[in-house]
Design a protein around this ligand. Structure first.
Ligand SMILES: [Zn+2]
Length: 130
């Protein structure tokens, strides 16, 4: 009877020892996928499988995944969808025209109106600029 228990415990123990790498692997894979990595770029399982807790730490320190297309658009803001309210057509080959709201303005200290940069008096209440 005791032998059966001993064999049983040994089997469970062996199962845990052999199973731990898989557990770490799935934990790491989950961490990496939570950071937005697509499946084909998710190597978390291997990190966890071979390195266990160290792999988890490595995966936890990974930066959030940045979509390459999104990155390109941020580097080349010519594409109008990166501007607020910007879906107007783009003339390729020309510099992107900034929307009107991006032109520099000064704020009236009396009434708070936004005025064009080249004016010296508030267009709303007539207060001098400075
Ligand atoms: Zn004013």
């Amino acid at each position: 009877m005791e032998e059966i228990f001993a064999v049983g415990f040994a089997a469970v123990y062996l199962l845990i020892i052999l199973g731990m790498p898989f557990v770490w692997g799935f934990v790491c894979r989950k961490i990496v996928s939570d950071k937005g990595y697509p499946g084909n770029m998710n190597h978390g399982f291997l990190w966890g499988f071979f390195l266990g807790l160290i792999g988890v730490i490595v995966c936890a320190c990974k930066q959030n995944y940045v979509d390459p297309m999104l990155y390109m658009n941020n580097m080349y803001p010519r594409y109008p969808q990166n501007y607020p309210g910007g879906t107007q057509p783009v003339n390729y080959g020309q510099e992107y025209q900034q929307p009107q709201s991006y032109q520099p303005v000064w704020v009236c200290r009396s009434c708070g109106a936004h005025n064009p940069a080249d004016g010296n008096f508030c267009s709303h209440c007539g207060t001098p600029r400075e």
